[in-house]
Design a protein. Structure first.
Length: 322
């Protein structure tokens, strides 16, 4: 069977991939941060490729897709092209190292799932991103084409849904421990940025953190510091009473909801901030919805991707986006 593309353009707004380079750096930074924090939430390499049946669909695909894009390979033992494509996808899953997870579904044993996805021929490859199914391609496609499709999928997942992938624990497979990260040449700059932040020189702090990130986009301390400094800059000079009144009086006023969410977070009301923005996303569309979604992703950065409140809010965001 000749490969046939099944475009994602009708399902997902692919205009978001214009920031693909930045999204890639952000995803890599999040994985590096988790690794430096001791591999919290890390999975063994064996978890990158899983056999899925109807009983495990919600756990292994829907729930996992709120953390990382899940690529689904529909195959059968009797399908010769499947025997070419399957090993290639498994190799790429290992190479991409947590940027996507491969789920393999035997069409003969799981006919209900096959029908639900509308599979008309195999091999057929779909994806699920934040619970949303996306057709990718059908047939044993060339490796270069598959790589392009995977890169696009990962970028869309990051830009539209804020998915940063999962951390793979190589030690779980008996691999050698990763070497310690060497200290970078940014200690003085980071110290100066922190001093500026403490002195309420928010403009100076923002610029100092950005200076670090120009050379080292994956520097976790600088990313966190920048997110905090930008948040404090936004709330500086606000009249909290007026902001909260405006947000309460007009739930459709998106800028008012963004400002109130910032105040919620600065005041320590993290779940209120997240809930406000998820609600705003759910009742808006177009540019307004995108503004609320992007602000929510920024606030996720302030709190940290591993925080349970972020995990819960990310799942809630996924539910209202489709």
């Amino acid at each position: 069977m000749q490969p046939r593309n099944m475009s994602m353009s009708g399902v997902v707004d692919l205009a978001a991939v214009k920031a693909a380079g930045e999204a890639k750096a952000k995803a890599e930074q999040a994985r590096a941060q988790a690794a430096r924090q001791g591999g919290g939430g890390a999975v063994p390499p064996s978890a990158l490729v899983v056999d899925v049946d109807e009983a495990g669909f919600e756990r292994d695909i829907l729930q996992r897709s709120t953390e990382v894009p899940v690529v689904i390979d529909f195959w059968a033992e009797w399908c010769e092209p499947c025997k070419q494509l399957g090993p290639l996808l498994e190799r790429l899953a290992a190479e991409y190292n947590g940027r996507f997870v491969l789920a393999k579904i035997d069409v003969d044993a799981n006919q209900m799932l096959t029908q639900q996805f509308g599979v008309q021929g195999i091999p057929a490859v779909f994806a699920v991103v934040a619970g949303q199914p996306l057709p990718l391609f059908q047939g044993a496609a060339p490796e270069a084409q598959i790589r392009q499709t995977l890169d696009e999928l990962i970028r869309v997942g990051e830009e539209r849904f804020g998915l940063t992938g999962i951390t793979v624990d190589a030690d779980a497979a008996g691999g050698a421990a990763a070497p310690a990260q060497p200290a970078g040449p940014y200690d003085a700059l980071l110290e100066a940025a922190a001093r500026a932040l403490d002195a309420n020189d928010l403009g100076g702090a923002v610029q100092a953190y950005k200076n670090v990130l120009v050379d080292d986009p994956g520097n976790t301390e600088a990313k966190l510091g920048l997110a905090q400094a930008e948040l404090l800059s936004r709330v500086q000079g606000m009249d909290p009473q007026a902001v909260r009144k405006n947000a309460a009086d007009d739930p459709a006023d998106v800028p008012a909801q963004l400002a109130a969410a910032d105040l919620d977070l600065v005041g320590g009301h993290v779940e209120d901030a997240f809930g406000r923005l998820v609600d705003t996303v759910s009742r808006t569309a177009g540019d307004d919805r995108d503004a609320a979604r992007l602000r929510l992703l920024e606030l996720f950065e302030v709190i940290g991707p591993e925080d349970p409140r972020v995990v819960k809010a990310r799942a809630a965001l996924a539910r209202v986006l489709f």
